[in-house]
Design a binder for this molecule. Structure first.
Ligand code: M6R
Length: 606
């Protein structure tokens, strides 16, 4: 969940590294550092804090050299501090690392007993010592020293390694953390995420687990950990660097909220057949109808899964459970052949989801990944992958990936329903034409909702918020509460509206804003009763309601209008005002919306 960059070529490395780190800062931001090598060895500059702090140091004195590595960190082992910031150096070797060395304590003990001195609390530092020791012990080259070191390591890593003695080359290796090599003309780039280097080159090699890549100006050679050559061809990446930038919005989150109609369209593109209502998801017909489905995910992706249950059960009539990935794997799940386990993950890297998918596979279930990152770890480990095409999501708070996930789940429900006969011809065509309308309804919603500054000012000092919803809008209440919590730092709870009288009603007084999703549909009357119960106790009601509903205004102080949509697809529009509300409150409170405290974009540790 940290960011890695590397460069070897004909230009000064420092500005290239800093530029790459800026694009990766969302992956971790509690400290940053670079190491740049020239004939005199590698020089390290690192500090606690965001990249801006590192840039200040570099403005005073910038290390010169044509080869370098850089890192932005999200602390796992050792608090955020300068000594724990990467790169870590031991002897002649400098290393940056994402992931976790699981046997670091044992290795540290052994290395310390052999007389090595550690200067940080990180697990990463053992890698620098192991590689340095391998060179001292006579490893024939830097790649060979890295291989020898990694053969002793358990856990996950993406690393970039520089040596004082080999100043015009670099070694990179990965296991369970992403790493890509960018192939330029007389120069090579390295990054944990392709957008960091896309303005430099579109020719990208996606390294695979066990790969050790040796990068020099004009060539990259890859071996496995045993030293046998491996062939990896560069792929042309079509994401433009501009897609990964803010495009005029003050924050990535706001940009990404507004990108949702496009993200949903791209996820539907080429898959939804309007003539017969089918969803074609894979080139070959690979579908087996499961007897049961289990969706596993974390955070926002879990909320998408909860909506997915409604879609799958209603449209395909297949029983579907939803579980938190972190719970699933430890409860000895009853799962096996005949089950389809769907892992949903924006990043495709989330450690809990990856482990849960592996658990499901080991028990004989078929696995399907819904991921926004092509070739992600979770996608690669699964039998099938269904990609959302939301483009890179930079804001830590997930928005466009959530609605793209809902879209992918709707497609999956149609796909299965058509194949098991649960969805008939007429129903299929109707559902497909409703679904294709959703991006337009999303655009309309964003216009109707506006910027919500006034509403945010009114509630910026609230200590708590309650979010209520029923049916497929209950997961949207959970998602609204999560969005508000993570960027405004206001405590918020999501509840099934019908559960309110079983406890949360005790919280209601004139200081509690209650957001109720009260759109027209099956449970409208019941939600109105819940709303009246809140009003009777002086709660401040903010309703998400269907445009044109004149009744609702009698019961609430504020209304966020959305266009009419079929109940099953409503979550795709009702979530938008809640995302906007969370955004507006966070901005009014002066928070760092895109990089909220204590969070990171991909959670690659358990
Ligand atoms: O990459 P994933 O979808 O697997 O991530 C799961 C959660 O960590 C993520 O959704 C998190 O809850 C977001 N910060 C929510 O906005």
């Amino acid at each position: 969940m940290c960011g890695i960059v590397g460069y070897v070529g004909k230009r000064e490395a420092t500005p290239i590294l800093v530029d790459g780190l800026r694009r990766l800062e969302y992956r971790g931001y509690d400290s940053a550092g670079i190491a740049v090598a020239n004939g005199q060895g590698a020089r390290l500059v690192r500090c606690r804090g965001k990249l801006a702090a590192l840039e200040k140091l570099l403005a005073v004195e910038s290390p010169r050299g044509l080869t370098g590595i850089g890192h932005t960190r999200w602390a796992t082992h050792g608090r955020p501090s300068e000594e724990n910031a990467h790169p870590h150096k031991s002897g002649s070797v400098s290393v940056v690392h994402n992931g976790i060395v699981e046997n670091h304590a044992l290795l540290r003990e052994r290395l310390t007993a052999a007389g090595r001195h550690f200067s940080s609390q990180t697990d990463t530092e053992v890698l620098a010592h192991l590689i340095d020791q391998a060179l001292i012990d006579g490893a024939s080259s830097l790649p060979e020293a890295v291989r020898q070191a990694l053969r002793q390591v358990e856990g996950s890593y993406a690393i970039a390694v520089l040596s004082d003695r080999h100043h015009d080359e670099m070694v990179a290796a990965k296991k369970a953390s992403p790493l890509v090599v960018g192939v330029g003309e007389g120069e090579m780039f390295l990054a944990s995420d392709a957008p960091a280097i896309l303005d430099k080159t579109r020719q990208v090699i996606f390294l695979e687990d066990g790969d050790v890549a040796h990068l020099a100006r004009d060539q990259v050679s890859i071996t496995n950990l045993a030293g046998q050559p491996v062939e990896r061809r560069p792929k042309t990446v079509t994401w433009t660097p501009g897609q990964a930038e803010k495009a005029g919005y003050p924050h990535f989150m706001l940009k990404e909220i507004h990108e949702q109609p496009r993200a949903v369209t791209d996820t539907l593109r080429g898959r939804l057949m309007l003539n017969n209502g089918d969803a074609v998801l894979w080139e070959k017909e690979v579908t087996e109808i499961p007897r049961r489905m289990v969706i596993i995910a974390c955070g926002t992706s879990y909320h998408a899964g909860l909506v997915g249950k409604f879609l799958i059960e209603r449209v395909a009539r297949i029983p579907c459970e939803v579980d938190l990935a972190s719970e699933f794997r430890y409860r000895e799940p009853v799962i096996g052949p005949g089950d389809l386990v769907v892992g949903i993950s924006q990043s495709g890297e989330t450690a809990d989801t990856l482990a849960a998918m592996n658990e499901a596979k080991a028990r004989g279930a078929r696995t399907l990944a819904i991921s926004n990152v092509v070739d992600s770890a979770i996608a690669r480990t699964s039998d099938l992958a269904l990609y959302t095409f939301a483009g890179p999501e930079i804001g830590v708070a997930s928005t466009k990936c959530f609605t793209a996930q809902l879209t992918a789940l709707a497609l999956l429900a149609i796909h299965l329903g058509r194949r098991n006969g649960a969805l008939d011809d007429i129903g299929a065509v109707r559902f497909a034409s409703d679904l294709i309308q959703i991006p337009f309804k999303m655009s309309e919603t964003l216009q109707l909702v506006g910027d919500l500054k006034e509403l945010a000012r009114k509630h910026k000092d609230a200590h708590d918020f309650l979010f209520l919803g029923r049916g497929s809008n209950y997961p949207i209440a959970l998602e609204g509460a999560l969005k508000l919590k993570e960027i405004s730092y206001i405590h918020a709870e999501g509840y099934a509206a019908g559960e309110m009288k079983h406890g949360p009603i005790a919280l209601i007084d004139d200081g509690l804003p209650v957001v109720i999703i009260a759109t027209k549909g099956n449970s409208y009357d019941k939600v109105l009763s819940n709303l009246a119960e809140v009003r009777a106790r002086e709660g401040h009601v903010i309703a998400v309601a269907t445009k044109g509903d004149t009744e609702i205004t009698k019961y609430c102080q504020d209304v966020l209008w959305v266009p009419e949509a079929p109940p099953l697809l409503q979550p795709l529009v009702t979530v938008l005002p809640l995302q906007m509300l969370a955004y507006a409150v966070a901005v009014v409170r002066g928070h760092d919306v895109d990089q909220p405290r204590n969070l990171a974009k991909s959670v690659t540790v358990e």
